[in-house]
Write a protein that binds this ligand. Sequence first.
Ligand SMILES: [Zn+2]
Length: 195
Amino acid sequence: MFNRTRKLLPRGTAIVITLGVLLLTYQIVLAYYLLGGKWSGFPQYYIRSVSGSPGSYISIIDSAVGSWNATPTKARLYLTSPNQESIQITAAYYGSPANCNGSMIVWSGCAYMYPNPYDGIYTYGTIKINRTVIEAYIYSGIKTQGVVAHEIGHILGLGHVSGQALMYSTDQRYDWWYIYTPQADDINGVNARYP
Ligand SMILES: [Zn+2]
């Protein structure tokens, strides 16, 4: 029965189907992913705080913000004084594993947007940078900057993608691809979110 059905298919069919699947995969891999929520506009203002000895965290955070401000997008985040901020970036010893938005996992960075990451207009965002993990695994300065830049991507409304972009979910983006700053796909995503 199955053999008969297969014989009825023209020879080229399998190749065409394979190509079709490949093209589809290619599209999915390269496409940015939008969480659903967004800011009403830019600029937005951030503060940063570091618990424990500050080391180079302050300049690393500012460099990560700068990497987004340098993109050809509308996203612009400027430093402000406490109580004026819409985004708070904190580097602290959160432990490992630690709670990130309800999940106990090992994380170097975690972001959340209020009132809802997945819908409506954001009014506040928090980024946590986990010194416990970063220092246990001896992240370099540029790798730490990449963690902050990735979390800022979430703050802007981007979700994870499966290709070579800043919004790839794991450390593979630094350790295999040396990605520390917004890439074309990340920029396309922010431009789609804020045309
Ligand atoms: Zn992420």
